[in-house]
Design a protein around this ligand. Structure first.
Ligand code: NDP
Ligand code: MG
Length: 379
């Protein structure tokens, strides 16, 4: 039996992790559940999973009698304080955005393993997070499906170093759209992902393909590979979750139905697999296609690679600008095509300083958001 903190419990990843816990009550126990402001949803989860602790960023006006049995934490650092007080065996970091970074750093100290869905933590502070994980000798198990796939392929590699990582991308809802149509895409268009059901922010990131750019940076940190050795290929059916090529040209791929409970369960149960009633692949009926990503229609992929090459604060600027631009798009303040333009503007204008501390990361993030919001006001 392992105790698990689920940070971002009310979200898409959080709920799927809780589904796995419900299916395997003898193997996993939800020990800490946290969310941002969705208190009614969190109360329901607390009633169902009876954790030892729970936390919300926004303190609710009243705490219902029937959820008072557990310890409650409120405020920006609710997740961190709950982790420090309760020290669960594992911590699933499934908060969206840089808001989850502090809790990832705390989880490295309080838990034996960090199961990482919160890719923005690695994008913004990858060097600091990985250095802390190495210093504390704590594994970071990837939950992002591409990185879980690569991790699984490397399990079969023995001492052979990979030559190339190949991240697959669904291509998102605008894969076949013209540049003009993409420019004018609505929020409803952008939220209609063809193969995965996810939170709004990552769904928009898939539509711009910034998600794949963030994943290149994530893969760089998790697997210690340079940008040139991390390829992206569009694979609309999303059944090959990613691949690894070796020095002899052999390629290992990890496949399965597109269901995040696969990679979440692999991290939760590692090294054991966790069954969840997965839809088996029917190979006789499967058609698998590939195509090159189009960086002219999807410039975010190029911007992310440029940020990784610039190093220092550039990835944190990329991420902060993207979070601000995606929020503005979802609020109807900018067109879809404004997202890559604003991220490009922030990368041009915000000074790319060296990142030595968490405060440096926060400052790069703040300046990027300020730059984007100023540029929106000037539109
Ligand atoms: P959602 O938007 O569905 O959920 C986000 C969760 O984070 C919610 O529970 C939200 O609470 C909570 N939250 C936000 N800010 C805080 C905070 N400061 N402290 C505690 N909780 C907070 O996102 P997803 O589940 O889709 O994504 C989560 C992460 O996983 C992202 O980094 C994403 O990139 C990554 N990921 C997601 C995949 C997916 O299939 N969904 C696939 C691969 C990676 P509230 O409900 O109160 O707002
Ligand atoms: Mg992914």
């Amino acid at each position: 039996m392992r105790t698990l903190a689920v940070l971002g419990a009310t979200g898409s990843i959080g709920r799927q992790a809780l589904d796995l816990i419900s299916r395997h009550p003898d193997s996993f126990k939800a020990a800490v559940l946290t969310a941002n402001q969705n208190h009614e949803a969190l109360f329901d989860l607390v009633r169902a999973f009876r954790p030892a602790a729970a936390g919300l960023v926004a303190e609710p006006k009243v705490l219902p009698e029937d959820v008072r049995f557990c310890d409650w934490y409120f405020g920006e650092d609710a997740s961190e304080r709950a982790l420090r007080a309760h020290r669960p065996d594992d911590c699933l970091a499934a908060v969206v955005g840089i808001a989850g970074l502090g809790a990832v750093m705390a989880a490295l100290e309080t838990s034996q393993r960090v199961l990482l869905a919160n890719k923005e933590a690695l994008v913004t502070a990858g060097d600091l997070v990985m250095a802390r994980a190495r210093a504390l000798n704590k594994p970071i198990l990837p939950v992002d499906s591409e990185h879980s796939a690569i991790f699984q392929c490397l399990e079969g590699a023995g001492d052979n170093a990979p030559k190339r990582l190949i991240l697959t991308a669904s291509g998102g809802p605008f894969r076949t759209w013209s540049a003009e149509a993409i420019e004018r895409a609505t929020v409803a268009d952008a939220l209609g992902h063809p193969t995965w059901r996810m939170g709004k922010k990552i769904t928009v990131d898939c539509a711009t393909m910034m998600n794949k750019g963030l994943e290149v940076i994530e893969a760089h940190h998790l697997f210690g590979m340079p940008s040139e050795a991390i390829d992206v290929v569009v694979h609309p059916q999303s059944v090959i979750h990613s691949m690894v090529e070796f020095s002899d040209g052999a390629v290992l791929a990890q496949m399965g139905a597109p269901d995040m409970r696969g990679p979440i369960g692999y991290a939760m149960g590692y090294p054991e697999r966790v069954p969840y009633g997965a839809e088996p692949l029917n190979f006789a009926k499967l058609t698998i296609t590939f195509e090159a990503p189009d960086e002219a229609r999807f410039p975010c992929l190029r911007l992310a690679r440029e940020a990784l090459a610039s190093g220092g604060g550039a990835p944190a600027i990329l991420n902060g600008a993207n979070e601000a631009a995606v929020a503005a798009f979802l609020e109807g303040r900018i067109p879809f095509g404004g997202i890559p333009r604003l991220v490009g503007t922030a990368l041009d204008r915000v000074p790319k300083r060296v990142i030595d501390t968490m405060e440096d990361v926060a400052e790069a993030d703040r300046l990027a958001r300020e730059c984007v919001n100023q540029a929106i006001r000037a539109l």
